[in-house]
Write a protein that binds this ligand. Structure first.
Ligand code: NAP
Length: 333
């Protein structure tokens, strides 16, 4: 049985969250309604109460599934509910991005799908070239003042982008981001160069996604063998480009052997490796079944010492292998 999930402070904010966040990107996609409910039940039984979704996950159906579960279990005041805004959700030019018009409209749609009147952590999903940070920061602050949102966060920002928001928020005395949500795992350490030093200084919580590199680090993808049908890197081209490469396979083969040598499953080592960086608040864990979740969270008490972490096969500090399309594209001008 997996270890109990404890709680931790989100950066220097007053909000306490679970030390493991449950991601819901698989809901209403790889995981049907019943399986998604079973994953959330299992996470809750382990003591977890921090759920991450987004308006764009399965075109809103992930938010609907999370909202239905919260309502059916009667746990609205027990969970910290996080969602995101930015992606295009309709045909009109203003149906995406981080303009005031889109944010103000989209939060209402998320609230309706989540069957609640307030979102605990509202995150901007990416940088938007077409919206000034000042406009976005003011719109987010207005949502807090209107009681629609309690805390705000960001995802996928480069350090200079994050700093441009924070500088304006501080100057204009607006609500500040409590957290950043970047990709981070043993084959993608890009965040260590600029973002991690900044968030350490600024007191921003770090809730990284892709801790298993989309499943790559579990060792399920073997060199010279066909990719398992339906698994993330087979079914999703975007993820294949991001994490499937010869270099990633090299590291993963050694990573899996190392995990076995210390009595952890590869998924457990992947989580322990992410958490061993002192700047990490709570990795966001994703699963398509309760069994995957129970494997991944099966050794939360096993902390790696700095020397042990150093010994784990991984890319060099600050480096990554494969593409990182989130950071290499700016789809909305
Ligand atoms: N802000 C952003 O841009 C962003 C982007 C991505 C994700 N997220 C958030 O972060 C959460 C987690 O991200 P992620 O799902 O990409 O994380 P991940 O941990 O890198 O990958 C999870 C995937 O790995 C496979 N897996 C999980 N546990 C496994 C196990 N024990 N054994 C074998 N395979 C296993 C499953 O895929 P298969 O079974 O299909 O192989 C699962 O869907 C998401 O749900 C979402 O909330 C945010």
């Amino acid at each position: 049985m997996p270890d109990h999930i404890s709680s931790v402070r989100l950066g220097t904010s007053g909000l306490r969250v679970s030390e493991i966040c449950l991601g819901t990107m698989t809901f209403a996609r790889e995981a049907d309604h019943e399986t998604s409910f079973a994953i959330m039940d299992s996470y809750r039984e382990m003591g977890g109460f921090f759920l991450d979704t987004a308006d764009v996950y399965t075109e809103g159906a992930s938010e609907e599934t999370v909202g239905a579960w919260i309502k059916e279990r009667g746990v609205r005041d027990e969970v910290v509910l996080a969602t995101k805004v930015y992606g295009h959700v309709g045909p009109h030019e203003n149906d995406g991005g981080l303009s005031r018009i889109h944010i103000i409209r989209e939060v209402e749609k998320s609230l309706n799908r989540l069957l609640t009147d307030v979102i605990d952590l509202y995150q901007i999903h990416r940088w938007h070239t077409g919206s000034p940070p000042e406009e976005t920061a003011r719109a987010l602050d207005d949502l807090i003042r209107a009681g629609k949102v309690r805390y705000i966060g960001a995802s996928n920002l480069r350090a200079y982008q994050l700093l441009s928001y924070l500088t304006y928020m501080d100057t204009a005395l607006l609500s500040r981001f409590a957290s950043i949500q970047p990709p981070y795992n043993a084959i993608n350490r890009a965040q260590e160069v600029e973002v991690f030093p900044l968030v350490g200084r600024e007191g921003i919580g770090v809730i990284p996604y892709n801790p298993l590199a989309g499943g790559m680090l579990t060792g399920k993808y073997k060199r010279g063998e066909p990719l398992p049908v339906g698994a993330r890197l087979e079914a999703n081209d975007y993820y294949n480009k991001r994490y499937y490469s010869d270099q990633a396979l090299d590291i993963t083969e050694r990573f899996v052997e190392y995990a076995e040598s210390i009595g952890l499953t590869p998924a457990q080592l992947a989580i322990a490796w992410v958490r061993a960086d002192s700047r990490i608040t709570a990795p966001i864990v994703g699963a398509r079944t309760p069994a995957q979740l129970e494997d991944t969270l099966g050794a939360l008490d096993r902390r790696l010492t700095p020397a042990e972490r150093e010994a784990v096969p991984a890319v060099l500090p600050g480096r990554w292998v494969g593409n990182d399309p989130v950071y290499d594209s700016t789809p909305y001008k």
